[in-house]
Design a protein around this ligand. Structure first.
Ligand code: HSE
Length: 358
């Protein structure tokens, strides 16, 4: 049977590690997207915080952009050869007036500005556009509001990349656990911390391990988010608010301990080989009350979260139907998180698809 091909114009907010990873996947998978899923994608706009914005309703040459950008990564997009004619000023104006079908929002998550990226998402949903995002703040703090706004305007909002990068947490739980209740979860949700802990147990010092995680593109723009446990806390909030019914929780409800102030005793204990030291996020539904915590724990050998090399993440869900369900996979990285956006984009194109709370 021949697949009917539909156009999908993308407005990309953010051209850091994730935005670039997404663009190179779009380019690499272009014919597969058309042939298998009937989606003919083009990127009509790209906005950045500090390097200008470009807009071309007939489609930006992504291959040329990636090539020119790699030659001169600090330069404004508008100054790259071939892009000065399509330079525009205001990202928000593009959200409100630009031509696109899907807003791909991958701007930086910030605790100083908890609503960073929120207005872009609100603006797109208000126009009846769909949104795919990897930005944790808007989903952790405004999930219900954004879902309502999407429903009211016949748009959709998908956010696979907010937890465990492209490892399909929400696709798996929402589509594969229909009719189940998730009672609790336990997860390693931050790739940077997992990477650092592994290196420190091997004898490397904290700062050089963090430097390596930054170089590999795992860490947040402000790595304090990772090592102080806030990134894990936001992801745990998202899991709790999306997967477990009952009233939503806030960051103030989460007990948070990071890996930045680990005592030498805990490290020594871990080095002695009694299990593996991990930064664990826990969520529990207890007598209709949810509780969430984040903190370092030793995980015993044989536990599903014992073998997670490098930036790998893991999630253990306790369900009332299957008992324990485990998911492990990439937790951070440019291509890995860019893939989450690609997966969400294809999901949007599926007829009758609705993402909902299970
Ligand atoms: N800084 C995050 C991590 C990126 O290390 O897990 C993915 O959300």
């Amino acid at each position: 049977m021949e697949v009917q091909v539909m156009g999908s114009r993308i407005m990309l907010m953010g051209f850091g590690n994730v935005g670039k990873g997404f663009c190179s996947l779009l380019s690499e998978k272009n014919s597969m997207l058309k042939e298998y899923y009937g989606t003919d994608t083009k990127v009509t706009g790209i906005t950045t915080r500090t390097r200008g914005c470009i807009y071309d309703p007939s489609g930006i040459d992504i291959d040329l952009l990636l090539e020119e950008e790699a030659n001169d990564p600090q330069r404004s997009l508008c100054e790259l050869p071939g892009f000065s004619a399509i330079c525009v000023n205001s990202p928000y104006e593009l959200v409100q007036k630009g031509k696109y079908d899907v807003l791909a929002e991958c701007t930086v998550t910030s605790l100083q500005d908890k609503s960073a990226g929120l207005d872009y998402i609100r603006g797109a949903l208000s126009r009846g556009k769909s949104v795919i995002t990897t930005n944790k703040g808007p989903i952790a703090f405004h999930y219900e509001e954004l879902l309502d706004l999407a429903n009211k305007n016949n748009g959709k909002i998908l956010f696979e990349g907010t937890v465990m990068s492209g490892t399909p947490v929400f696709s798996t739980s929402v589509n594969g656990l229909c009719g189940s209740s998730i009672r609790s979860f336990m997860g390693v949700l931050n790739g940077t911390c997992n990477y650092i802990l592994e290196r420190m147990i091997e004898g490397q010092d904290y700062s050089s391990a963090l430097g390596e995680a930054q170089k590999k593109g795992y860490a947040e723009a402000d790595p304090a988010m990772d090592v102080e446990g806030y990134d894990s806390a936001l992801k745990a909030l998202i899991l709790a608010n999306v997967l477990i019914k009952t009233s939503p929780l806030n960051l103030e409800d989460v007990q948070i301990k990071g890996i930045n102030s680990l005592s030498p005793e805990v490290l020594k204990e871990a080095i002695k080989g009694k299990g593996r030291l991990r930064l664990i996020a826990r969520g529990q539904l207890d007598k209709n009350k949810k509780s969430i915590s984040v903190g370092p724990e030793i995980v015993p050998e044989g536990h599903p979260l014992y073998s997670l090399p490098g930036a790998t993440n893991g999630l253990v869900l306790e369900t009332d139907t299957l008992g324990t369900v485990c998911l492990t996979g990439a937790g951070a990285g440019s291509r890995e998180t860019g893939f989450a956006l690609l997966n969400d984009l294809v999901t949007l194109s599926r007829p009758g698809y609705e993402r909902r709370v299970i």
